[in-house]
Write a protein that binds this ligand. Sequence first.
Ligand code: BGC
Length: 746
Amino acid sequence: MSKRIYVLLFILLCLCRFLPARAQEDIETRVEGILSTLTLRQKIGQMNQLNARKPDEKLYQQIRDGEVGSILNAEDPVLLNRLQQIAMEECNARVPLLFARDVIHGFKTIFPIPLGQAASFNPEIVEKGARVAALETSEKGIRWTFAPMMDISRDARWGRIAESFGEDTYLSGVMGMAMVRGFQGDDLADPTSIAACAKHFVAYGAVEGGRDYNVSYIPERQLRKTYLPPFERSIREAGCATLMTSFNSNDGIPPSANRFLLRDLLRDEWGFDGVVVSDWASVSMMIRQGFCEDRKDAARKSALAGLDMDMTSECFVDYLEELVREGDVPESVIDQAVRNILRLKFRLGLFSNPYTDLSKVSCMYAPAHLEAARQAAAESFVLLKNTGNLLPLSRDIRSVAVIGPLADAPHDQLGTWCFDGEKEMTRTPLQAIREQYGDQVTIHYAPGLAFSREQSVTGFDAAIEAAQQAEVILLFIGEESILSGEAHCLAGLDLVGAQAELVDAMKATGKPLVTIIMAGRPLTMGKQLAQSDALLYAWHPGTMGGPALAGMLWGETAPSGKLPVTFPAHVGQIPLYYNQERIGRPANRKELLLDQIPQEARQSSLGNTSYYLDAGFDPLFVFGYGLSYTTFTYSGLTLSREELSPEETLKVSVTLVNTGSREGTEVVQLYISDLYASVATPEKELKDFCRVTLKPGESRMVEFELPVENLSLWNIDMQRVIEPGKFDLMIGGNSRDVLKASFRVK
Ligand code: BGC
């Protein structure tokens, strides 16, 4: 009897293993079936994505004629169902439309900006946030979003750094994959799953001068080493369903028409079988970029290169039919693109379930969603200074002054790229402090400035008076949400408006000063850091930023975030990132600065090292930096072996002790340095990290496993190999203060 059960179980297991392959085969058969029924015009229609405009007879007719495959930016489910009905019942192609929308860090419940989420070094909260976003987004009938953005961002002037996971390739890969998993869930066909889109392919974060839509010059080795891995991992390891090409031409070629990127690399090397969509009119933009003669040429070049869907430029729908008839684009190219699109629609279950269920109870702002957003916000905060353990605030404090333009700015704390988040639902720090601690402390509120860019100081008197009445000042400054994000770049990174003067005025009161910065990017705030007794970097924390901040200021939670990007001391130091390639004359702290050079000094090479006379070489804060309310020490770094071969795995352990008097969470970071190779390698590179929570006095042996294959590099012949040689391994709580040990690879 039991033997029979075992046999049955065995058969069941075999079937389960066989099922995904079978399902995929089924999808391929159905894709071919549909493809064979479509006219050339209808096939090209699938490759056309339109921006939702006011629905009119023209749009209905285009759908009826099979000239539209996807629509972005509509979010009324009644309208979406109506459009879908036209596609399914009034068009003889009978292919469902796919509705898309930018849901970058939340649909209604807004999570911290992605840069803030990256600071958590916690992929679980990123995945949870994307799951919440998927539940809320899919409720409207939208099944595709244009996130995660995984552009490596090393320039805080670029407004879109807010949408990124920062400067590090490994961290961006881990966080990008987590976001993909959250959006797509376990099964894309589940009506609550939405297809993710890895963007912007590629090197968009490297645009010159941090100016949006500009050019980049990233050569292939640097692409493969730094910019491509997050995309590759999100596709190969997390199954990201779609990908978006970027606006920037890289080394003279716009990615929307780059055959090497879209065919050789993406399809042949990585085996991607999802959809590649252009960015907004990036196809027709190639005319201005000097890469195409006209819209027809743009349609030809991008289709031949392997672009599947044209977002809004309508070059495909206007010209591809003609180009096929004239023999300039083979119909097989169209067929291949349409296969990718139909495959995605099958995977999303749209053929069997094209409509949105309007009778469902809404899950927008569900308590669990708000709680996840609060937790994500709390984990995103980075404590940068805490003199005399001013934070958390003592329970003996009876009065606080709440000052600054971001203390009660429900719109601005949501951050960039929020189409659907509502300020009426945002909980600000002022509200939360009143609700959570209003019965324990007297709150003196005076913003000083109405918004971050305000120049008028007429509100200062009231702010000074409020400060004078309080025991501690809580000063909320930074950037309005509109100062970062797409097309919002800055040449300077200092506080805008009269905020620096507001800090001066607060400092002059002599009261203990806690500064909380809400911003979409690193700001150069060295002076304000020096003036503050404590400084907490809160990014744009989203809907629940207020409760998360209040809870942290009063010590219900403790900071555990770490900087996902280097903070420059001076804007002129950019680009400044921790994993730069080794140079021959690194700065060594013996450098003379501007004021130290004697008058009429003779020509000399000074320190002969790489630095600025006026800004030195140190950043304000290094990558990975962040304090907690407790302290940690590292000791006893031990490697399992001194020499390994490429197929082996190095085991690493280190002892972490909580040496303070409060519980805390530390992000333990593991870096590698390849000391000699056939090509120059970075000073150090993050290879792993983990979060460890310890009670006061508790110690833990933290262990990592590092497969030697993770040390591969793109060698002088552009092959991915592991080169023998000596490596340093470093572990610490940031990228500078580390313990070091060495090993060799045979
Ligand atoms: C942005 C994309 C975005 C698209 C659709 C473009 O301007 O670059 O990131 O997904 O618009 O809204």
